[in-house]
Design a protein around this ligand. Structure first.
Ligand SMILES: C[S@@+](CC[C@H](N)C(=O)[O-])C[C@H]1O[C@@H](n2cnc3c(N)ncnc32)[C@H](O)[C@@H]1O
Length: 243
């Protein structure tokens, strides 16, 4: 990979900068409506945070009374998670290998931004199958991802105007975005995935879509929004096991 472009999790400095973020700017919108969605859809308190990173999403779930197991492929991110929450249950997994996670054990499987970084259709298909396997009967998978629109607009927390090639990207293509909330302004590379392709993978994995929520900026939010009031930067898929 060109050294000037790196995924945000690839180096320690960025991992630390990311770990320091709570829900600044545009991230506020990603989490603003999650409590309501969880109240509406989830019964029970056992949660798996898939791709917990430095534990931001796990701590959020804990604050909303879930008992959380966080899993991640990055040992350094997990270290930060444990530092911030020494009593927490954070486990290292190998990429694509959730065999150490019990079947039918979770009322909620939560995945926040993890699939923005998973390359490959088959790897995604396999992971969604695994996430379905660990859902308890009646459980819900909440998959919070970047909407394709995030890569072609200007936001409080992100800029993409330098990357016109994002406009013609398809599922599986690399797209670039600059995070404005951290001092390091090198572009972050993500993997684009379009809604039709998410839906295809969900169906293949035996998951049914209950709701797709696209949070928009509103009056009363604690930010002067840019594109956020017109188009949602995030897509929140609420899924259940298909019957
Ligand atoms: C963008 S971070 C999000 C962290 C956290 N969910 C949050 O909201 O702050 C995505 C995380 O997914 C992890 N990840 C990527 N691929 C993964 C996989 N196949 N299995 C588990 N974790 C993965 C990365 O290591 C990274 O920590």
């Amino acid at each position: 990979m060109d050294e000037s472009f790196a995924n945000v999790y690839d180096d320690e400095r960025r991992a630390l900068a990311y770990a320091g973020l709570a829900f600044p700017g545009t991230y506020y919108l990603a989490f603003r409506d999650i409590p309501g969605l969880l109240r509406k859809h989830v019964a029970g308190s056992r949660a798996l945070d898939f791709g917990c990173g430095a534990g931001r999403s796990s701590r959020f779930l804990k604050e909303h009374d879930f008992r959380v197991t966080g899993v991640d492929i990055s040992a350094s991110m997990l270290e930060h998670a444990r530092e911030r929450d020494p009593a927490g249950d954070y486990r290292l997994v190998r990429d694509g290998d959730l065999s150490g996670v019990a079947s039918a054990a979770f009322d909620l499987v939560f995945s926040a931004f993890t699939f923005d970084n998973v390359p490959g259709r088959e790897a995604r298909a396999h992971l969604f199958g695994e996430l379905r396997r660990v859902l308890a009967p009646g459980g819900r998978l909440v998959n919070l991802v970047s909407a394709p629109e995030i890569y072609v607009n200007e936001w409080v927390s992100f800029s993409t105007r330098q990357f016109q090639e994002n406009r013609v990207a398809g599922s599986g293509d690399r797209v670039r975005i600059v995070m404005l909330d951290v001092p390091d302004r090198r572009p972050v590379e993500d993997v684009l995935w379009l809604e039709a392709d998410y839906r295809e993978l969900y169906a293949r994995a035996g998951l049914a879509v209950l709701e797709v929520h696209r949070p928009l900026g509103m009056d009363g939010d604690p930010h002067e929004w840019d594109a956020e009031t017109r188009v949602s930067p995030w897509a929140i898929y609420v899924l259940e096991e298909a019957h």
